[in-house]
Design a protein around this ligand. Structure first.
Ligand SMILES: Cc1cc2nc3c(=O)[nH]c(=O)nc-3n(C[C@H](O)[C@H](O)[C@H](O)COP(=O)(O)OP(=O)(O)OC[C@H]3O[C@@H](n4cnc5c(N)ncnc54)[C@H](O)[C@@H]3O)c2cc1C
Length: 410
């Protein structure tokens, strides 16, 4: 029996397990997937919890429900990856060997890396929404908040879903309006980027929308520390921004097992060939999803398109064929913008998000970089697609490679 070992049963790992159990001959292959936690979270749903739109029940399901028959699921923390020996050691004492390894251990927040962030004001006047616990605590706080200055701060990039902080502030604008306290709330977005988003055209479009919503952007803010008593964030170049409520997007890092195994960069993300997702050092080691150090967004959509490309290449690889450089960094994300509207962006390594239309047979087209109700419904529908199609590895009518169809090239 040949062995395919998958580390991490989140978005990417679960898709790979489902795809491969369909495609590989079960008499010849043993597929094993490992994760430390029993629950699968729909992370895009965390964004809606602070505003009372979703609750915990809307974003959580048992991981076991999504692992197909014939795939072995081991629940244990992974202790060490030893690619020189084709071996992985688990904290439960088990040692597993493999022929092929897929690392899909994701990215996680590290508030303890910023001085003053996770101290006595944590979950009081200082919050986050990148974990389910954080999103629930913030919902509780917002329910009785009387207004003041809310500062949303990204500590450093890359972060999971780089548009999530923008969605948060736009939803907050809607929520405070709905609560009748918008005139008592100042919303400030302090970001290390030169503008609202990483790419210039999208940054211009999104910056204008934030302007219209009376949301102030403080660009190039590289946070050095939080002063939780004086309620201010301080940057390396000594800019200070005061807050009544700080919503932080803490430093995102890859899993510690990556660091322990000597496989990652300074943020524990793993270098791979950006078009094949294979390690430059180990030809039988692939990295999918947020764990990979590649120059595109850390997003579920990217994990999905990367798994499509991986599937094709993995089958070529086991047939002794050369792998094709098919992954183009494709990302597409709905951006919820409040008041029942949303935007959509679609881009890849070479093409930044452009305005225009995104054709989708039967449902679309969706408007790119424009606020529409249709985009809002796309975002809402996506949760159903995630649980019922995407992580089960079923086909979605979304091309893995980005196309220029519908885009205005201005
Ligand atoms: C607030 C928020 C909003 C988002 N919105 C969107 C969106 O609108 N659109 C979009 O496309 N994406 C969005 N994302 C991003 C998306 O959720 C992630 O990019 C996606 O889940 C990444 O999948 P992954 O498999 O790489 O990692 P994950 O799904 O995080 O899975 C990693 C798995 O590895 C396991 N693991 C890690 N280390 C170990 C270890 N040592 N031992 C055992 N198990 C381990 C973890 O337990 C976890 O189950 C959002 C994320 C957040 C936080």
């Amino acid at each position: 029996m040949k062995k395919l070992l998958i580390l991490g049963a989140g978005t990417a790992g679960t898709m790979v397990a489902n795809r491969m159990s369909n495609l590989l001959d079960q008499d010849e292959w043993r597929i094993t997937i490992i994760d430390q936690h029993a629950n699968h979270y729909y992370q895009p749903g965390f964004l809606f919890i602070p505003f009372g739109i979703y609750s915990k029940n809307d974003v959580i399901k048992p991981k076991r429900d999504f692992i197909p028959n014939g795939v072995e699921l081991i629940m244990s923390p992974i202790d060490l990856i030893e690619p020189d020996h084709n071996r992985v050691k688990l904290s439960n004492g088990q040692s597993l060997t493999y022929d092929f390894l897929v690392i899909a251990t994701g990215a996680h927040i590290h508030p303890e890396q910023t001085t003053g962030l996770q101290e006595h004001e944590w979950r009081k006047s200082v919050h986050e929404f990148y974990t389910v616990e954080g999103a629930i605590a913030l919902a509780r706080h917002l329910r009785t908040w009387q207004g003041g200055r809310m500062v949303v701060n990204v500590v450093e990039n890359p972060i999971k879903c780089p548009v999530a902080p923008l969605e948060f502030i736009m939803l907050a604008d809607w929520y405070f309006t709905d609560q009748g306290i918008r005139d008592r709330v100042e919303i400030i977005y302090a970001t290390p980027l030169p503008g609202a988003f990483t790419k210039p055209i999208a940054s211009r479009y999104l910056g204008e929308i934030l302007d219209q919503k009376n949301i102030k952007v403080v660009p190039e803010f590289m946070i050095e520390h939080v002063d939780p008593d004086a309620r201010k964030i301080v940057s390396y170049d000594e800019q200070e921004v005061e807050y009544d409520l700080l919503v932080s997007i803490p430093l995102n890092m890859g899993s510690e097992v990556v660091a322990r195994s000597g496989l990652g960069d300074e943020l524990n993300f793993i270098p791979v060939d950006k078009h094949t997702l294979v390690s430059p050092k180990y030809a039988n080691l692939f990295v999918l999803g947020d764990a990979a150090a590649i120059p595109t967004s850390k997003a579920g959509s990217v994990a999905h398109f990367a798994v499509e490309s991986f599937t094709e290449n993995f089958l070529r690889c086991i047939d002794g064929l050369e792998m094709l450089p098919t992954f183009d960094g494709h990302a597409n994300c709905f951006i919820e913008s409040g008041f029942g509207k949303g935007l959509l962006i679609d881009f890849n390594y070479d093409t930044e998000p452009l305005p225009g239309h995104y054709p989708l047979p039967g449902v679309g087209p969706f408007s790119l970089l424009q606020e529409t109700e249709m985009n809002h419904w796309g975002k809402i529908m996506f949760r159903w697609m995630y649980w019922n199609l995407l992580i089960k590895g079923l086909e979605l009518p979304l091309p893995a490679r980005m196309t220029m169809a519908g885009k205005w090239n201005n």
